[in-house]
Design a protein around this ligand. Structure first.
Ligand code: NAD
Ligand code: WQD
Length: 335
């Protein structure tokens, strides 16, 4: 009998890729998603990819009654909690919505899980909890902080989980601090295609490549980095998905809670990503140098050694593979 894993936000970008990785690893994933930031056809695409029907509950994570219904209908063994609002800029404009969904949603989920006798959860955290990093590469022991309401919600959620684990040994959490997820599924059936103009580099470049946006604005070329543009740790979303399978295994098989970075350990500059995307789509993508974006840091990349030691996790896909898969996905989505 396969173990059943509830993926809140499972129809979203990272959740949908993790769905496929879990199914391939022999789990039975079940989705709960409000579809506030997901395409309606994702369940159908997941069924095509996995060759099995998809169990998908359209519900809000803040709705305790709906959560109880899902726990009663499915025999859940563990939860991976992706559902959240994730735009830094929007969080500054709408801090209450972010608090309510990200912190309130987690609180409701934990209450219902406790009442259902379920105590294993993997949580989507973010390198944003490191604020402006003082050491590079960044180990999990680095000081944490927040510079915007989104970061506040992720850090607060981590702290809630740590307090709960300390209060009752039955709770066991995998806290995963993602660096910069990028790329798309190799099938070109899943990927990231935001409804509005993208804020993140890779989906923005995808729209420049399709001709929907005229040029990349490079936010600052006067940072203290080799070419003056920002350095980030881009991790292929299929590698990230595998990280969740390993995290879940550690929780279910060893009852071993953990807090780990998921990154490659390698920083790439904005201009390096621009060149890699240009190679992927076969033409030099236009760019202009623009002022620095408020709140950006010069460089942010992971020390990935704890994830390697604890979970046996190593990200293996290259920047070129991230760009090529993103381009294949967006090209397919536009035809
Ligand atoms: P996404 O927006 O594609 O996925 C989130 C999913 O949650 C969406 O399908 C959305 O419809 C759903 N959702 C949102 N609010 C909900 C609610 N109230 N009830 C039920 N479902 C709801 O985002 P993603 O990039 O896949 O991110 C997944 C998680 O990873 C989030 O928690 C995000 O904060 C975290 N994260 C993302 C990144 C990144 O750059 N993509 C980096 C670090 C951490
Ligand atoms: C990457 C680099 C930009 C767009 C954000 C969140 C973080 C996490 C991941 C959720 C930077 C530059 C970007 C553009 C550019 N999300 N850039 N022109 O800011 O590292 O991280 O997403 O947890 O919390 O803050 O990612 O992709 O926005 O930027 O020059 O149009 O690309 O300045 O150097 P970031 P990003």
């Amino acid at each position: 009998m396969p173990q059943t894993v509830l993926l809140t936000g499972g129809a979203g970008y990272i959740g949908s890729h993790t769905y496929v990785a879990l199914a391939e690893a022999g789990y039975r994933p079940v989705i709960l998603d409000s579809f506030v930031n997901a395409r309606d056809d994702v369940p159908e695409r997941l069924a095509r990819l996995t060759g099995a029907p998809v169990s998908c509950h359209r519900a809000d994570i803040r709705d305790a009654t709906a959560l109880h219904r899902v726990f009663a209908a499915e025999r859940i063994d563990a939860v991976i909690h992706f559902a959240a609002l994730k735009s830094v800029g929007e969080s500054v404009a709408r801090p209450l919505d972010y608090t309510e969904t990200n912190i309130g949603g987690l609180m409701t989920l934990l209450r219902v899980m406790g009442e259902a006798g379920l105590h294993r959860l993997v949580f989507s955290s973010s390198a944003t909890v490191y604020g402006a990093p003082q050491t590079l590469p960044i180990p999990e022991t680095a000081p944490v902080g927040h510079t915007n309401p989104y970061g506040f919600t992720k850090l607060t959620c981590e702290q809630i989980l740590q307090q709960l684990a300390a209060s009752d040994p039955r709770w066991c959490f995998g806290i995963l601090r993602y660096f910069n997820p990028a790329g798309a599924h190799h099938s070109a059936l899943l990927g990231e295609d935001p409804r509005d103009t993208p804020n993140n580099l890779m989906p923005y470049l995808a729209r420049v490549a399709t001709g929907e946006l005229p040029a990349l604005q490079v936010f600052g070329d006067d940072y203290d980095t080799p070419d003056g543009t920002g350095l980030r740790d881009y991790i292929h979303v299929e590698d990230l998905a595998r990280g969740h399978v390993l995290s879940l295994g550690a929780l279910l098989e060893q009852g071993a809670g953990h807090l780990v970075n998921l990154g490659t350990g390698q920083g790439y500059s904005v201009l390096e990503v621009l060149r890699a995307y240009s190679r992927a789509c076969g033409r030099d993508l236009p760019h202009v140098i623009a002022p620095r974006r408020p709140g950006d840091v010069a460089a942010c990349y992971a020390d990935p050694s704890r994830a390697a030691d604890f979970l046996g996790f190593r990200a293996c896909r290259t920047l070129d593979e991230m760009c090529a898969s993103s381009w294949a996905w967006i090209s397919a989505a536009r035809t």
